[in-house]
Design a protein around this ligand. Structure first.
Ligand code: CUA
Length: 319
């Protein structure tokens, strides 16, 4: 089974996405009416004025300009465009001017070739590709305000059921917010072509009940328990070039070029949706990431079978 589900843009579960659906249906409604009128006239003309036998000497009536008709087909479309513009502008303004309430969760999403770094600056949590947020239900609204950045090229943050798209642009900071009303898992995807593995920039947003979210935060803030059986692998990790790109709290690894691995096994996929995060896949990934994700910036580390086993034995303890 593919780790990726297909999100439905017409099934919003979050406040800005409800508004986007409304305005989409409004625009679709108007354009559907225009389509019916144009296609109706075209069909009528085809049938009514089709080719038929007639005197070749006779010319059809020649019409040169009609101020009334020209005015009609200029003014009416202009008015339609003005209405569409005003309605869209009102929705955009309504979404963007929402002030951040004091209880809102603050996160930062950073686009990388080709994965997402997810930071919770006020909670001291760093993870990748999978965002965990609390639901906004009867117990009160707990929206999540998201700062969107990029470290390399332009990406675009898009989880269709939760909000609109927001570009992740190098040297620029963008903001977007979500307020999911229903617990569940919602998938999204980078929506701006960003290179070879643009398709493998999966986003997963897990919306938790409030107490479950608090438990997730506590688990992420706790360093993974050290296990004696994983000592060799842990020392191996600390001695290899892994630490230049990856962070694991409590080890010398503090690199920021690759995903933080402190709670690696709490994530469902490897390579931002490339493959399910299982022990076997993890081993194959460390052996040669390019086998799952051609062009991935993580190199094959040229480890022998024993080293791979030791390293993976350690990595799977990072829960
Ligand atoms: Cu990142 Cu497309």
């Amino acid at each position: 089974m593919s780790p990726v589900q297909t999100p439905n843009i017409f099934a919003p579960v979050s406040t800005p996405a409800f508004a986007i659906r409304d305005v989409s249906f409004f625009v679709l409604g108007i354009t559907a009416v225009i389509f019916l009128i144009v296609a109706g006239f075209a069909t009528y003309t085809l049938i009514r004025f089709g080719r038929r036998p007639m005197n070749p000497e006779l010319e059809p009536a020649q019409v040169y300009g009609s101020t009334q008709i020209e005015l009609a087909w200029t003014v009416v479309p202009f008015l339609i465009v003005v209405v569409l513009f005003l309605v869209t502008a009102r929705y955009i303004y309504g979404i963007e001017r929402r002030p951040q309430p004091p209880g809102a969760l603050e996160i930062t999403v950073v686009g990388n070739q080709w994965w997402w770094e997810i930071r919770y600056p006020n909670l001291g949590i760093v993870t990748a590709n999978e965002i965990h947020v609390p639901v906004s239900d009867g117990d009160g609204s707990t929206p999540t305000f998201i700062t969107v950045k990029s470290v390399d090229v332009a990406h675009s943050f898009w989880v269709p059921q939760l909000a609109g798209k927001m570009d992740a642009i190098p040297n620029k900071t963008n903001r977007i917010w979500i307020e999911p009303r229903r617990v569940g898992t919602y998938v999204g995807q980078c929506a701006e072509y960003c290179g070879l593995q643009h398709t493998l920039m999966l986003l997963v947003v897990v919306v938790h009940p409030k107490d479950e979210f608090r438990a997730w935060v506590a688990a992420q803030q706790t360093p993974p328990a050290e296990q004696a059986a994983a000592r060799t692998g842990r020392e191996l990790f600390s001695s290899l070039a892994c630490i230049n790109c990856h962070s694991i709290r409590g080890t010398p690894g503090n690199g920021v070029f690759g995903p933080d691995l402190t709670h690696l096994m709490s994530r469902s996929t490897l390579g931002a949706g490339a493959v399910r995060n299982t022990r076997d896949n993890l081993r194959a990934w460390v052996k040669d990431p390019g086998a799952f994700k051609a062009g991935a910036l993580m190199p094959a580390m040229q480890l022998d079978g024993t080293q791979l086993d030791q390293l993976v034995a350690y990595l799977v303890t990072l829960r």
